[in-house]
Design a protein around this ligand. Structure first.
Ligand SMILES: NC(=O)c1ccc[n+]([C@@H]2O[C@H](COP(=O)([O-])OP(=O)(O)OC[C@H]3O[C@@H](n4cnc5c(N)ncnc54)[C@H](O)[C@@H]3O)[C@@H](O)[C@H]2O)c1
Length: 320
């Protein structure tokens, strides 16, 4: 027996073997029934960054793509590019503000009118306006309207139809590590992404609990640091020479995500060139440990816990 198997359980590192692998059988890339040529993808926030890379990648794989974004000019430019590369009849551009339910309903009508189904729903549009704990209430409202209600609007508008389709389909909500570990910096964005994690978990449970919804699975896409409109600031997200070494390209994050959707993962925790999986895992467990151990909130950034946290991380990485 290997040495590692003799280690006793640690309260900060509970066993992670509860996943029931047999429920989802991994399917070969080429034969995946959902991410498959001829099927239909709907992508919100498609005019930039991760959404745009997903639209390009899914179109390259032969899916018909409906692209939606509030930024009309950039959306039209992408529609033109994809139409030229993959055929205009395989691309549908629908200017959409996801925070407006009527826009989202129109998007759904356009997609079902054109193609009669949705296989991949990438619920991805978001903004990162900053809102502190007692400042920036207007920004809080905007962030919640787009990142929370925008994602819910799409989920509530599309899923009731998707569950009645004969073919399998997936809904992928884009969350964030910020919604799990809650780092200081943008309380509004963190709270909006924590909400996305919470209601996507509920969605996943409800879908698998209802026999009539068994054909739809939900997934939480948790990108790492990705070079996009959101993170590039004044730099140009399209110029990869300007990309910081630590960030992944949008295409790298999208390809990683699609592979995990293919294997049926719910939590799709994406690494980047700065943060590997084991570091993310230890950070997430430390955050949960604040609650269980009764430490101060966000102790990872608390001066009194600095050295304890660093030691925990060092030790955790040695055993990984
Ligand atoms: N880039 C990262 O490092 C990173 C990390 C974690 C999570 N994310 C998440 O990934 C997703 C994609 O972000 P990105 O980094 O590609 O950013 P991005 O700014 O490049 O793209 C976001 C797109 O959403 C659109 N959008 C904004 N408000 C909208 C609205 N009301 N209706 C419709 N479209 C709207 C924007 O016009 C833009 O095209 C977001 O959910 C973001 O929170 C990004």
């Amino acid at each position: 027996m290997p040495m590692g198997d003799n280690r006793g359980p640690s309260p900060l590192r509970p066993p992670t073997t509860f996943r029931i692998e047999s429920l989802i059988s991994p399917i070969d890339r080429e034969y995946h029934p959902v991410i498959h040529a001829g099927r239909v993808a709907v992508i919100t926030g498609a005019a930039s960054g991760i959404g745009r890379a997903a639209a390009r990648e899914l179109a390259r794989l032969g899916l018909k793509v409906a692209i939606a974004d509030i930024s009309v000019e950039a959306l039209e430019a992408l529609a033109k590019e994809l139409g030229a590369a993959h055929g205009e009849t395989n691309v549908l551009a629908v200017p959409t503000d996801v925070s407006k339910l009527e826009d989202v309903v129109r998007l759904r009508e356009r997609v079902y009118e054109a193609w009669g189904e949705v296989a991949v729903l990438l619920n991805n549009a978001a903004v990162a306006k900053s809102g502190d704990s007692f400042e920036g209430l207007d920004n809080w409202k905007t962030v919640m309207d787009v990142n929370l209600f925008g994602v819910l609007n799409v989920q509530h508008t599309f899923v009731p139809l998707m569950i009645h389709q004969e073919n399998q389909s997936v809904i992928i909500n884009t969350g964030s590590k910020e919604g799990i570990t809650n780092p200081p910096g943008n309380a509004a964005y963190n709270a909006s992404k924590a909400a996305v994690k919470s209601f996507t978990e509920s969605l996943s449970h409800e879908l698998r609990s209802r026999p009539q919804a068994a054909n739809v699975t939900a997934h939480l896409f948790i990108p790492g640091w990705t070079w996009t409109g959101l993170t590039a600031g004044d730099a140009n997200q399209d110029n990869l020479e300007e990309k910081p070494a630590g960030a992944w390209t949008a295409l790298e994050s999208v390809q990683f995500m699609l592979d995990r959707v293919r294997t049926g993962d719910f939590y799709i925790l994406v690494p980047d060139n700065e943060t590997r999986k084991e570091v993310d895992q230890l950070r997430i467990l430390w955050g949960a440990g604040d609650v269980v151990e009764g430490r101060p909130a966000l102790s990872r950034w608390h001066q009194a816990y600095k050295s304890v946290y660093e030691e925990y991380l060092r030790d955790g990485l040695i055993t990984n």
